[in-house]
Design a protein around this ligand. Structure first.
Ligand code: SF4
Length: 700
């Protein structure tokens, strides 16, 4: 008789519900949870193969110090001692945590509490910085809070769905399945894909705009100017609920059609058709993902999109709104508990003295970080130049995934004290750890995650604990206790969730949107029984809230939204030496640096090796044929991959997936080529629009 456990997929931000069945002989099978509102039983290839990735091969099973087995007591004492010593000698900003959207919300909560409330630094940042921080900043600029205004069902209810910087078919496959089914049932629905590549998502598109990388700001500025000129804006909504329209319009209308064509690389007919579709369709959802966020103008892209929805009042109503699709399974949960160096827990602002005081009083903590900490790229710069003396990396592999990855790996290697908490013993990052702490993985750990539509779901354990592995929250709480701090006596993730809920509701007079006060005082059985819900859900509220802002009620102090007068950047970074534009991204069947999906032969058979997708005319000019090995070079690094010559790629652009690392394919760490250039508002690195040189590979 199999035991069924309801849990959540650990891969992308769709957050699909999964039922794991454990047979008497221990064999695990997975299927989609038909009752989960994110997927209603659907799964994609990665979710379906979860059972193939849970073996113990490569797992860390006990703590290690200097590569030698150690007891938990010895390892945790050493971590506490080294962090305390660095803080005593060099101050709180000499230590840092670099965490991950793979952590559960409870893990994130404890890491933030220790760093911001007890160590007194805000040097806790996350690989979610690489994923969606431009959306967070764009939301905060426009809405006064990091609030996704809609829900997945809005994509099904819309008459026009715009997907910009999103290969939904491969990166959020179950949302793509839902959208495809909606369009099949209602063929009048229109879909526009804005992407330099003709991706698989274009298979269901009515219009594909092969835009120049970073041309999106100009395109949506042009749209705003067009809507105003066509009297297609909602004057009542603008007057009642917003400010700054005149400035945003003035900047947008300064761009001529020729400017738009130049900056977007699109013909005028396509631009006009896109504008016409938006103007004449009431129910519009604009989805955006990494092609928007991973840019030096990512925040302005987000606000350029939001501007168009505010101007037409198309927000927070069924089938209408801007919609940020989060990459990671719990990037949103991390945001809720202050998992970024520039945020406090429960969506409070680190810049606000009132918020800092509130959090400190709630935690009864000896201190509170008084300024934002180092964001990911700056954090590793500080590691490289010796300002960071002790670094704790949790559930992520920055030696592969950070921009300028070779320099990041060298910085980690040179750091005086590095702790790595991971499920695996040997990642490109873990091999430089002074202390290695074995963490629980998917199927073993217990807590909550939040998906792109603000839906909080449980991850539940169904596998035995491997070796001596422990939950990440437990590891951090133990170190906090050993550093002499009170406030870390948690016995289970339910205790942490209850505290997190209490903080969210603490002195909240309605001025903050994130409030899960319905869960204050929750006990273990009730925590175990939590069914997926959308936040907020304050005390007494039955379901959560599906949509925000149809009737205003924004979270700036005056409760009105802000138009942002964005600037269209120059789009090309190429020059004579580095003449092609690299855009990195994901493929359908792998996740991040393949530490889990790389275990499944089935997933690896979809695309067996890294590749560079390029246009036939570019290949011909460089004397390159399909399937040749080529060397890619930027000022930061090199990689060798095989070509895939196809007209799906726009001329002048090259797409290379970011998954492979030295474990799977030597010299294929593509993030080693990516410049550590960041968005000035969000600090998110630009993993797209990288100038590189391409040449046939000659073996030495
Ligand atoms: Fe998992 Fe995302 Fe696939 Fe859903 S769509 S099964 S969350 S990888």
């Amino acid at each position: 008789m199999a035991t069924d456990v309801k849990t959540t997929c650990p891969y992308c931000g769709v957050g699909c519900g999964v039922i794991a069945s454990v047979a008497d002989d221990g064999v695990v099978t997975v299927r989609g949870d038909p009752e989960h509102p994110a997927n209603f039983g659907r799964l994609c290839s990665k979710g379906s193969a979860l059972a193939e990735t849970i073996d113990l091969d490569g797992r860390g099973l006990f703590p290690e110090i200097g590569g030698q087995r150690a007891s938990w007591d010895a390892a945790l004492d050493l971590v506490a001692q080294k962090f305390s010593k660095a803080i005593a000698e060099y101050g709180p900003d000499s230590v840092a945590f670099y965490v991950s959207g793979q952590l559960l919300t409870e893990d994130y909560y404890i890491a933030n509490k220790l760093m911001k409330g007890f160590i007194g630094s805000a040097n806790v940042d996350t690989n979610s910085r690489l994923c969606m921080s431009s959306s967070v900043t764009g939301h905060r600029r426009a809405f006064g809070s990091d609030t996704v205004p809609g829900a997945y069902e809005d994509l099904e209810l819309a008459d026009l769905v715009i997907l910009t910087g999103s290969n939904l078919a491969w990166c959020h496959p179950v949302i793509y399945q839902r959208l495809g089914a909606a369009k099949a049932a209602r063929p009048s629905m229109k879909i526009v894909v804005i992407d330099p590549r003709r991706t698989m998502t274009c298979d269901i598109a009515d219009l594909h705009l092969a835009i120049r990388p970073d041309g999106d700001v100009a395109l949506f500025m042009g749209l705003l100017a067009h809507l105003a000129a066509s009297s297609a804006i909602d004057q009542n909504y603008i007057a009642a609920h917003t400010q700054g329209f005149a400035e945003a319009f003035a900047t947008a209308s300064a761009l001529s059609l020729i400017d738009l064509m130049e900056r977007t690389g699109l013909p005028s007919m396509q631009i006009r058709e896109f504008f016409r579709l938006f103007e004449t369709t009431k129910k519009v959802v604009t989805c955006y993902s990494q092609g928007v966020n991973q840019s030096s103008s990512g925040t302005d892209k987000v606000n350029a999109i939001i501007n168009c929805h505010l101007a037409t009042g198309r927000i927070g109503r069924p089938g209408m709104g801007p919609f940020s699709l989060t990459g990671q399974p719990n990037a949103m949960g991390g945001r809720e508990v202050g998992g970024l160096a520039n945020m406090l827990a429960a969506h409070m602002a680190i810049e606000s003295a009132e918020d800092r005081d509130r959090v400190q009083r709630f935690w009864v903590s000896p201190t509170i970080a008084s300024k934002p900490g180092l964001k990911a790229v700056d954090m590793f710069r500080a590691v490289a130049d010796g300002r960071i003396k002790a670094l704790w990396i949790m559930a992520t592999n920055p030696a592969v995934s950070m921009p300028d990855a070779d320099a990041v790996e060298a910085a980690i290697k040179a750091c005086p004290f590095v702790v790595v908490s991971d499920i695996l013993r040997e990642t490109d990052t873990a091999r430089h750890a002074h202390v290695l702490l074995p963490s629980l993985g998917w199927g073993e750990k217990d807590g909550t995650v939040t998906n792109s539509e603000r839906r909080i779901s449980r991850q539940r354990p169904f596998l035995p604990t491997p070796g001596e592995a422990k939950a990440d929250w437990w590891q951090v709480a133990e170190v906090g206790r050993r550093m002499g701090f009170a406030g870390f006596d948690f016995h289970s993730p339910a205790d942490i969730f209850a505290e997190h809920a209490a903080l969210s509701a603490f002195e909240n007079d309605g001025g903050r949107d994130f409030d899960i006060g319905a869960y204050v005082g929750i006990d273990r059985p009730a925590y175990d029984a939590i069914a997926p819900f959308q936040w907020p859900r304050s005390a007494g509220m039955k379901p959560g809230v599906t949509r925000f802002f149809a009737d205003g009620g924004f979270y700036h102090s005056d409760r009105i939204a802000r138009f942002i007068a964005v600037q269209a950047p120059a789009t090309s970074r190429t020059n004579e030496q580095y003449s092609l534009t690299l855009n990195t991204g994901r493929i359908r069947d792998h996740w991040h640096t393949m530490t889990r999906t790389g275990k499944s032969a089935r997933l690896s058979s979809h695309i067996a090796e890294p590749f560079a997708e390029m246009h036939p005319a570019d290949a011909m000019e460089l004397g390159i044929r399909d399937a040749d090995l080529v060397e890619l070079e930027s000022p930061y690094g090199k990689a060798v991959v095989r070509t895939l010559v196809t007209e799906r790629q726009a001329r002048g652009n090259i797409f290379v997936p970011m998954h492979w690392n030295d474990q799977f394919a030597a010299k294929a760490r593509i993030d080693a080529l990516v410049a550590p250039v960041t968005d000035p508002f969000s600090g998110q690195p630009a993993s797209k629009n990288v100038a590189i040189a391409v040449r046939p590979f000659k073996a030495a």
